[in-house]
Design a protein around this ligand. Structure first.
Ligand SMILES: Nc1nc2c(ncn2[C@@H]2O[C@H](COP(=O)(O)OP(=O)(O)OP(=O)(O)O)[C@@H](O)[C@H]2O)c(=O)[nH]1
Ligand SMILES: [Mg+2]
Length: 329
């Protein structure tokens, strides 16, 4: 690999192929990726991370297509990361014009100035949320103003991905029995903005009332400075209401920019992430010092047979690990 700073300079100059390669290296957990991520890090902070989550087929990609256009009209550079999409993006869908570029899974494409990358990463090394966060950082370092992260909002992995977003938009649709159900499953707490898409369908007003009443149950923020998630109605197919959504995102970003709120939000994410990184590093280090998969298997067998006491084993192993680390220095 070329030196990391040269690699990153290429990425920043708009070399899409270099960026695509960097993203693949990071996604595969290649040995070079750490230095690459480290070089990208100082340049990746500026981009706004916008998470868009919701049930399959809610209209997330359709809304993303409108939003990237709104940013483009402002002169801002956007990128889209779609995590495990059930239906792929196409250039036509993305920009609402006649060009149709089929977005290939696992590739990074530039569609009229907008980077689009989809990730199919079930069982990813170190977890889906970690890999997504790293991919977002590399793309952000290429000089993007905003990264939109689309995920299907169902499991714990997705909730983890949402944590890496500065702003989270939850998309719900009327007429789906599970819409309110998914609201109950922790979505209420993660939404910074609610979107009722497919508002052309019956039941949008009723759904809005349901969300508002749930919000009042959870408790409307009392302090003037607290954020209360607005509810925006949209029709993805026509673009109706997208302006309101764009404005709500703008208000949320401005709110975050004040009183160190953005830093506080990112701090909460990093607290969790640093702990995971440290744990991973320690496990790797253990492997280097002869406490690898095979030894772990042997210990497990001995503990199961009752010949080794796990409560004495762990302190002994950590002691051995730190002593051999010291010897190396
Ligand atoms: N009637 C109606 N259809 C819509 C609206 N918005 C999107 N659709 C349609 O709903 C379907 C799904 O839209 P997508 O944008 O692909 O939904 P998604 O949430 O990205 O779907 P997945 O990524 O597969 O989870 C498409 O056929 C859209 O044209 C809307 O407001 N009203
Ligand atoms: Mg989609």
């Amino acid at each position: 690999m070329m030196p990391a700073d040269e690699f990153v300079a290429r990425i920043r100059s708009g070399d899409v192929r270099a960026l695509a390669r960097a993203v693949s290296l990071v996604e595969n957990g290649a040995p070079e990726s750490r230095e690459l991520l480290s070089t990208c890090f100082p340049m990746s902070r500026r981009a706004l991370r916008l998470g868009i989550t919701g049930v399959p087929g809610a209209g997330k990609s359709t809304l993303v297509s409108h939003l990237v256009q709104a940013w483009r009209a402002e002169g801002s550079k956007a990128a889209v990361v779609a995590v495990d999409p059930s239906s792929p993006f196409t250039g036509g869908a993305l920009l609402g014009d006649r060009i149709r570029i089929q977005e290939r899974a696992g590739s990074l494409d530039e569609i009229n100035g907008i980077y689009v990358r989809s990730m199919a990463t079930r069982g990813a090394l170190g977890g889906l949320a970690e890999t997504t966060g790293e991919v977002v950082d590399v793309i952000a370092a290429s000089g993007r103003d905003v990264i939109l992260i689309e995920t299907v909002g169902v499991g714990q992995d997705e909730v983890e991905i949402v944590r890496l977003a500065d702003v989270t938009v939850v998309v719900v649709v009327p007429g789906m029995g599970d819409a309110v159900q998914s609201l109950k499953a922790g979505i209420m707490e993660i939404a910074d903005i609610f979107v009722i898409n497919k508002a052309d369908r019956e039941g949008a007003d009723r759904l809005e009332k349901e969300i508002l009443s749930m919000q009042s149950l959870v408790g409307v923020p009392v302090a003037v400075n607290q954020w209360s998630a607005p509810v925006v109605k949209t029709v993805g197919t026509t673009g109706e209401g997208v302006e309101d959504l764009f404005a709500a995102i703008g208000r949320r970003s401005q709110w975050l920019a004040q009183e160190g709120r953005l830093t506080a939000r990112r701090e909460a994410f990093w607290r969790n992430r640093i702990e995971k990184m440290l744990r991973e590093a320690l496990i790797n280090e253990a492997g280097v010092h002869g406490i690898g998969q095979q030894e772990m298997g042997e210990y497990a067998e001995q503990v199961a047979m009752g010949t080794v006491d796990p409560y004495q084993l762990i302190p002994a192993l950590t002691k051995r690990l730190f002593n051999s680390s010291k010897e190396l220095q």
